[in-house]
Write a protein that binds this ligand. Structure first.
Ligand SMILES: C[C@@H]1O/C(=N\OC(=O)Nc2ccccc2)[C@@H](O)[C@H](O)[C@@H]1O
Length: 475
């Protein structure tokens, strides 16, 4: 095209327009993203509105709980098999100690329900390769443990009964499988990894077949070169899984495109149905989520997913976790809080206490979290705006009350407030005092709030559109 234009100009057929900055040419990809933009089906619409979820990391690693022969493992407790202080066979013999007599899936599900979680992501197989279901493709499963029973089934059934949707976590990387490779260097590696790919496909089809109620798969352990090079295989497998389970939700961490690009393909388009990169981190502004669905998965300690006896370092409080929840929802995402049950199957008291506190708050304020998203308003110091999907209803989730006891509220131009009141007590009206066009003071009855609260703002059509009482500053 450029040569043609240049030739034309030389022949003075027509002046060449200054070369527009040509849009970046899309690279033709066989195994890139197969959809651009958010999914619009009902299953994904429901996922988008969950707001709050629970992650559960449970497996053999919960038995040592981050400690071995009295020594504290400094990494994440669920990674302890990789500690060079423990021979793999010694770790793997933990299977003979796995008999969680305190495991009660119904109690877990009821605690999650009370907390206000609307979905749960459960570890069917973590990097250590131990299967929490009786997989017929592995000997290293609950079936070979003293416990014997199918834990994945118990969790899926119990959470489904509480109306909480289940997503199955699955680690592709499987340290215990003889055919797993970090990268393919030799012919032998390649032959072994072909067997591993078949094994992985078999287990995934088995999970989707055994647990049809599961709404999605949360993939992990997909960052090593061996798997990143499997663009065609992983793409075909994703297509097969979606065909087997229409509506299946798969995140951006499952597969890479043929150039090894993960999460976003070579054209910058999100792989899968939502972005999975927000692991123990939250975006600060809407631009960072690029118009995609996303969820943030978060630990209570700094970085412990599996049960760790040492409950130390910075342990997040209920208010911190509520602020993370509100921040995620205010930017159009979901917040997924991790629980690491003990080796005996009981959830530790500290985590149960957090679930209770979060649940008590959610009972009063869930309307500002469920089926809410980005309001499009300017972020302000007092906290986070959320907006009810498909309505004008806007919420202020307040975490910071200034010493004045009054909140300064800046609304977008032409957006008037007709009513404002406390969500937890609708009788407590708040009279916005307009101090400038679209700027208001909201005086609060109570000043010493010990936990976040929500103010409902009625805006939109029924708000009177009186002109601002202030002259525009003459500048
Ligand atoms: C949810 C966590 O997921 C993991 N790893 O996550 C990542 O590797 N996250 C990641 C990596 C690169 C960029 C962004 C996130 C696991 O290793 C860990 O044990 C836990 O199951």
């Amino acid at each position: 095209i450029i040569a043609g234009l240049a030739l034309a100009s030389m022949l003075s057929l027509e002046p060449v327009r200054a070369q527009q900055s040509m849009p970046k040419e899309k690279i033709l990809l066989a195994h890139g993203a197969h959809r651009e933009g958010k999914r619009t089906d009902a299953v994904m619409e429901k996922w988008r509105g969950y707001g709050l979820g629970q992650f559960i990391h449970w497996g053999l690693y919960a038995i040592p709980g981050g400690e071995w022969n009295g020594k504290q493992y400094n990494g994440a407790a669920e990674w302890i098999r990789s500690w060079n202080g423990i021979p793999n066979a010694t770790y793997d013999s933990l299977i003979y100690k796995f008999n969680p007599t305190a495991f009660d899936a119904t109690a877990w599900a009821k605690s999650a329900k009370q907390m206000g979680a609307r979905y749960v992501t459960f570890t069917t197989k973590h990097h250590d390769g131990f299967c929490m279901w009786p997989s017929k493709y592995s000997k290293y499963t609950v079936a070979a443990s003293p416990y014997k029973k199918d834990i994945v089934k118990a969790v899926v059934d119990a959470y489904d009964k509480e109306g909480i949707d289940v997503i199955l976590y699955f680690s592709v990387m499987d340290w215990s499988h003889p055919d797993w490779r970090y990268e393919i260097k030799t012919k032998e590696d390649s032959v072994a990894f072909e067997r591993f790919k078949k094994f992985t496909r078999n287990q995934l089809i088995e999970l989707l077949t055994n647990y049809p109620k599961a709404k999605g798969l949360w993939f992990d352990g997909t960052w090593d070169k061996s798997w990143v090079k499997q663009a065609a295989f992983a793409d075909d497998l994703e297509t097969e899984m979606r065909k087997l389970r229409p509506g299946l939700i798969i995140g951006s961490r499952f597969r890479a495109d043929e150039n090894g690009k993960r999460h976003f393909d070579s054209n910058g388009v999100l792989m899968g149905d939502y972005e999975q990169g927000w692991e123990r981190k939250i975006p600060n502004k809407i631009e960072e989520v690029h118009g995609n669905d996303w969820d943030c998965v978060m630990t209570v300690p700094e970085n412990q997913w599996g049960y760790n006896k040492a409950w130390n370092g910075h342990i997040k409080s209920a208010n911190e976790l509520l602020e993370m929840t509100a921040k995620c929802v205010s930017l159009g995402g979901n917040f997924v809080l991790n629980f690491g049950p003990q080796g005996d199957g009981a959830i530790r008291q500290e985590e149960l206490n957090l679930a209770t506190k979060i649940g008590d708050w959610m009972k009063l304020n869930q309307e500002a979290i469920y089926n809410c998203g980005y309001a499009g308003y300017e972020k302000q110091d007092w906290g986070y705006f959320t907006k009810k999907t498909g309505s004008d209803q806007v919420y202020m989730v307040v975490f910071n009350v200034p010493v004045s006891g009054a909140l300064r509220l800046k609304m977008p131009a032409k957006t008037k407030i007709s009513k404002a009141y406390m969500l937890a007590d609708r009788e407590e009206k708040i009279l916005p005092e307009e101090i400038n066009s679209n700027e208001y003071f909201l005086k609060l009855k109570k000043k010493d709030h010990q936990e976040p609260f929500v103010i409902v703002l009625e805006t939109g059509k029924n708000a009177e559109n009186k002109e601002s009482i202030y002259e525009k500053a003459k500048t």
